[in-house]
Design a protein around this ligand. Structure first.
Ligand SMILES: Cc1cc2nc3c(=O)[nH]c(=O)nc-3n(C[C@H](O)[C@H](O)[C@H](O)COP(=O)(O)OP(=O)(O)OC[C@H]3O[C@@H](n4cnc5c(N)ncnc54)[C@H](O)[C@@H]3O)c2cc1C
Length: 314
């Protein structure tokens, strides 16, 4: 069966949709507005004296409890682009040498276009017409899977009220991520700090690809309140909290600010309810908002959307 299929978003949901379609013999094109693959599995690269280091300012690790995702992870572990992270139960994993490397390996045979934002989707006969800001030409697809976070996805679904209604039922917390680095490798600082449901303004703070390069995630209460605050104030508040935590372990470390990333739609707090595919047109939605607030759920949701589109196109 030869069909022209578009997937919007090169996050894990977009990649898993495309892989599943490929397993049915269907090739898709993925279009993403960002510079890099991965969406909220964010990787920021720094080069110092010809060595490359990575901050993980989005997802820090992922679980693999479901069969299909476990197979993907085991394959990555065997091929050495995924590693076990720490000694947690259930096990946690990270991409190696970076989170981005995991996604690049997973998608190496997929057709992905970055830096192109899909602006409009409209029903057209029994198909979907799409325009993006890179090609600026309307193109018609036999099937579409749309994976941006629910509030951004809603903007694309004006012609598909059923999917719009499904998307409206999801909600998110924001997350402010502050990337920082030490002047030298710490000797006495643990690799991560978990503040989930504890007092203070942080929820998690951990080293990236090296013990010198760290990301601190502010908790939902602080992050939601910070969206419209002055960024310098937000940065200073988080930095002073980081210093309070680090200095009791090692007081002579220099803490250098790298950058701040504000994820407006970071963690799903309410999963969508409603159909995942339009009742009439060959368009489906996928992402964490359909299944749960993590990488593995987004992966599962992408596979489900691919199954629905495949059946619709039979
Ligand atoms: C700070 C933070 C920490 C997290 N920590 C963890 C963790 O430790 N473990 C875990 O399992 N999960 C974690 N998560 C959640 C996890 O990252 C997400 O659930 C998962 O990555 C979502 O994947 P997705 O494919 O559904 O969406 P996304 O990754 O958001 O992908 C959507 C893609 O769509 C693109 N896009 C949007 N609009 C358009 C458009 N109009 N045209 C083209 N492209 C478009 C975006 O650029 C993006 O790449 C964290 C999330 C955040 C933000």
């Amino acid at each position: 069966m030869s069909k022209k299929i578009l997937i919007i978003g090169s996050g894990i949901a977009g990649i898993s949709s495309s892989l599943k379609l490929k397993s049915y013999g269907l090739e898709a094109t993925i279009i993403d507005k960002g510079n890099f693959i991965g969406g909220r599995i964010g990787t920021r690269e720094v080069k110092i004296r010809n060595k490359t280091y990575y901050f993980y300012h989005g997802a820090q690790f992922f679980n693999a409890k479901s069969d299909n995702f476990q197979k993907i992870i085991q394959n990555g572990v065997n091929k050495k682009y995924i590693q076990k992270y720490g000694s947690f139960s259930p096990p946690r994993y990270r991409g190696y040498e970076s989170m981005r490397n995991f996604l690049m390996n997973l998608s190496q045979y997929l057709n992905i276009i970055q830096n192109a934002k899909v602006c409009h989707l409209i029903p057209y006969n029994d198909k979907i017409s799409v325009i993006d800001n890179k090609s600026s030409i309307w193109q018609t697809y036999d099937g579409v899977i749309s994976t941006p976070p629910a509030p951004q996805n809603i903007d694309l679904m004006k012609g598909f009220p059923t999917l719009k209604n499904t998307l409206k039922t999801a909600s998110y917390d924001s997350c402010v991520a502050l990337m920082f680095f030490f002047d030298k490798e710490p000797k006495n600082v643990p690799h991560f700090f978990d503040y989930y449901n504890k007092q203070g303004i942080l929820s998690w703070m951990a080293a990236g690809s090296s013990l010198r390069f760290w990301t601190a995630h502010a908790n939902a209460t602080f992050s939601n309140k910070s969206l419209n605050k002055d960024r310098i104030l937000v940065k200073n508040e988080i930095l002073s909290e980081i210093k309070k935590i680090i200095y009791p372990f090692e007081e002579n470390l220099k803490i250098n600010f790298h950058s701040l990333q504000i994820w407006k739609y970071a963690r799903v707090t309410k999963v969508s309810s409603g159909p995942q595919i339009d009742p009439k047109f060959p368009i489906a939605i996928a992402g964490d908002f359909m299944e749960g607030p993590n990488v593995e759920s987004a992966f599962i949701s992408g596979e489900k959307a691919a199954d629905l589109i495949y059946k619709r196109l039979q």
